[in-house]
Ligand binder design. Structure first.
Ligand code: NAD
Length: 493
């Protein structure tokens, strides 16, 4: 497959942000750079938005919400979402090149996301005409009819991280379009380009002015004012748990609704009866995919003691065989980390693992030979001999690092797997149906995968337990996050 020439040059040129249907600069005139994490080269500059720009974007969204957008019928929103999906499909390769260049995602993986992202848009399109309240019989005196209506919450502020700009943007904007909300989306300062491209494609598909606005800027300068804004009715946030906590505090001013998709330290449990040949690559890629920059990374690998050494050896062979490089090469399986800062953070954990006595099985260092020297590359790493209290077993690393921990009984592994403040996901490998059901019930996580991992579907709710957040993305519950329920009583006697 050839690489399409992107409409935006990605050569350091300037891009503007999208507010009220127009491409605009920051009120301050300030800009910021975004770099290719595989090469360190500046690929674009974008406006560095501040409070004034957020206010302008929220006002544009409010105008749109109060204007013609609110008179769109469900079937019109459905048609719009279907047109957007078609537009994305036509321009999918550009979207992939943008993600690969801006955040390092291997292009093969970006291309493989097409079904998921287009499926999401088409799922929301389907849901746009399926939203409804209920007629409810009441016990009131007299003859009173009661029913509920589902109404859009209004202006939604969406704040996303850098690790999956396309999917995260669609996960936030799609339900807004299905329900009739208007959105101000703030991408990560590390990877703002694909959300800008997405807004452009959406405008071309016919999204009315002001319904989707993209404000580029930092968390402190643009994210915080959006979270605090009294004119924002809801914040949907994906990012770190610490930022999630500050969003909750910021929401208190007008008690806006909040949903949070946060971090994780997900357990993967490999039972003695598992199909080890099939489990090893899946367990490895549960962390190494996207260079470990995935909230659902199965970074605590609990392996039954009787198969522990064999399984860790298989994992090491698999990890050592992965092709690492610039994601624009279709052969690349593992790309760079997003930034030098993230690289330093991951290197800190590699040192901590060694200092706390974990045994390095493979990887363990930055890759700085030849062309890789200019980028933020880390070798896929497996530590064994890890104890539950080590930092690498407790803290979210967001890098390609697996900690292997042996276990003896199911009761023990359930207790240890749940002993974390997080609860985003969990994996189980077993051939025993009873074990599969028992562990799925007992693991405290929003998603449990058995003999697979990373399975995410637009129709199935995804989200966290505990400090991995609240609210769900995917399924009917996702749309409900963007809707208010109104009770109506009409006396008819
Ligand atoms: P981050 O929390 O630092 O940043 C996320 C977004 O929040 C960025 O757009 C940032 O600019 C903005 N932000 C930062 N400070 C802010 C503030 N005070 N107010 C408002 N906005 C602010 O996270 P990150 O480093 O970009 O992403 C990595 C984290 O995201 C990891 O913890 C990862 O687990 C999590 N994540 C979770 C999911 C999920 O679905 N649960 C998905 C992807 C990533």
């Amino acid at each position: 497959m050839t690489i399409a020439k992107p409409r935006h040059l990605l050569d350091g040129s300037h891009r503007r942000m999208f507010i009220g249907g127009a491409w605009v600069e920051a009120a301050s005139g300030q800009t910021m750079e975004t770099r290719n994490p595989a090469t360190g080269a500046v690929i674009a500059t974008v406006p560095r938005a501040g409070k004034k720009d957020v206010e302008r974007a929220v006002a544009a969204a409010r105008n749109a919400f109060d204007g013609p957008w609110s008179r769109f019928k469900p079937h019109e929103r459905q048609k719009l979402l279907l047109r957007i999906a078609d537009q994305f499909e036509r321009h999918w390769e550009e979207i992939c090149v943008s993600d690969t260049t801006d955040m390092g995602l291997p292009i093969a993986r970006a291309r493989a996301n097409a079904n998921r992202v287009l499926g999401m848009l088409r799922y929301y399109a389907g849901m746009a005409t399926a939203l409804h309240g209920q007629t409810i019989d009441n016990s009131l005196p007299g003859d009173i009819v009661s029913y509920t209506r589902k109404e859009p919450v209004g202006v939604v502020g969406a704040i996303i991280p850098w690790n999956a700009p396309t999917a995260a943007s669609v996960w936030k904007i799609g339900p807004a379009l299905a329900t009739g909300c208007a959105v101000v989306l703030k991408p990560s300062e590390e990877a703002p380009l694909t959300p800008l491209l997405i807004a452009e494609l959406m405008a071309e598909a016919g999204v009315p002015d002001g319904v989707v606005n993209i404000v580029t800027g930092t968390g402190a300068e643009a994210g915080a004012p959006l979270a605090e804004h009294m004119g924002v009715d809801k914040i949907v946030f994906t990012g770190s748990t610490v930022t999630g906590q500050s969003i909750v505090r910021a929401s208190a001013g007008n008690l806006k609704r909040v949903s949070l998709e946060l971090g994780g330290k997900s357990p993967v449990i490999v039972c003695a009866d598992a199909d080890l040949e099939r489990a090893a690559p899946v367990a490895a890629m549960s962390v190494f995919a996207n260079s470990g920059q995935i909230c659902i990374a199965g970074s605590r690998l609990f392996v039954a003691r009787s198969i522990h050494d064999e399984f860790v050896a298989r994992l090491a062979v698999y990890a050592a065989g992965l092709r690492i490089g610039n994601g624009i090469d279709p052969e690349t399986e593992i790309g760079p980390l997003i930034s030098p800062r993230q690289l330093q953070r991951v290197e800190g954990y590699l040192r901590a693992g060694a200092e706390e006595g974990a045994r390095l099985v493979t990887g363990g260092a930055r890759l700085s030979q030849g062309a890789l020297a200019a980028g933020n590359f880390v070798a896929p790493t497996v530590f064994a001999g890890v104890s539950d209290t080590m930092r690498i077993a407790r803290e979210e690393i967001f890098g390609p690092v697996i900690s292997a921990l042996p276990f003896d009984t199911l009761d023990e592994v359930v207790r240890r797997a749940n002993d974390t403040p997080y609860g985003l996901a969990a994996g189980v490998f077993t051939r025993d149906l009873a074990t599969a059901h028992q562990l799925s019930r007992r693991l405290q996580a929003g998603s449990v995968w058995v003999n697979t991992y990373h399975a995410i579907d637009p129709a199935v709710p995804f989200g966290g337990y505990k400090m991995s957040g609240y609210g769900r993305e995917g399924g009917v519950e996702h749309l409900d996050e963007y809707l208010n329920t109104k009770g109506v009583f009409i006396r008819i006697d």
